[in-house]
Design a protein around this ligand. Structure first.
Ligand code: PGA
Length: 250
């Protein structure tokens, strides 16, 4: 595990974008696992900036996103398909057909989950998976206390997640209660993992995830078992790690 510290959000975003662009430049037909939420917005902005300068070509990549809310149409501003199109895909040259987000409007969620697993398998797995982390320690929407060996599945969101995400909606009642998420199994099978975090509110969960017991009650704790995981976080998010195990920060 490699922990890279950044002084602030912008620097975190740039350092993480550097890792993604290195992957795409060295392996132009990479399969990127992508994430949504407020944390990666700056990473996508930086990648778009480098694309516009002609430094990166996304025309041969494929992407699979971690998750999607159930029940939101793709044109809903809070759907993750909308987020990806507007924050990234529409601004670079990745063919839309190469991009995958679970279909949260599927009539049969089980069938949709199996289809999504097949998409990942047919692409040959994920080369580099970008991850944020929730206050519960969730990665994707893999909420605490689920089995680690799940593939894509439908989850009932924890109240804490609904509250955290209500900032994006008019009120808490509008936050969908269910989501489809790639499972921990597919995430752990990715060749490389890149976890990003910023802000003091992530400091405790980041420490527990990376240095606490490996347990389904902290889903991100499984990352300790991956052999190629890089964490890029700002100093605020690293504050507890900085205090308790400073030697771990590169
Ligand atoms: P955030 O969400 O980036 O909006 O903090 C992270 C997550 O819930 O995975």
């Amino acid at each position: 595990m490699k922990i890279i510290s950044a002084p602030d959000y912008q620097s975190m975003s740039r350092k993480a974008a550097n890792i993604i662009s290195a992957q795409v430049i060295l392996f132009p037909d990479s399969v990127l696992g992508l994430a949504t939420g407020s944390t990666p917005v700056g990473v996508y902005k930086q990648l778009i900036n480098w694309f516009e300068k002609g430094d990166i070509d996304f025309s041969r990549i494929h992407s699979v996103n971690l998750d999607e809310y159930c029940g939101l149409p793709v044109e809903h501003e809070q759907s993750y398909r909308y987020y990806m199109d507007h924050n990234f895909f529409n601004h670079v040259n990745v063919p839309k057909a190469n991009t995958n987000v679970p279909n949260g409007l599927a009539k049969d969620f089980d069938a949709e989950c199996r289809r999504y697993d097949k998409v990942i398998a047919q692409l040959g797995g994920i080369d580099l998976q970008l991850l944020g982390i929730g206050h519960t320690g969730h990665i994707g929407f893999n909420e605490p206390d689920e089995d680690f060996d799940k593939t894509t599945h439908c989850v009932k969101l924890k109240q804490q997640t609904i509250e955290a995400n209500s900032r994006f909606f008019a009120n808490e009642d509008e936050v969908p209660k269910y989501a489809l998420t790639m499972g921990i199994k597919a995430i752990m099978q990715a060749k490389k993992l890149l976890l990003i975090a910023n802000g003091a509110d992530k400091a405790e969960i980041l420490y527990r995830s990376l240095f606490g017991p490996i347990t389904p009650s902290v889903p991100a704790s499984i990352l300790q078992l991956h052999n190629d995981v890089t964490i890029v976080a700002d100093e605020e998010a690293l504050s507890v790690i900085r205090e308790k195990c400073p030697e771990a920060i590169g």
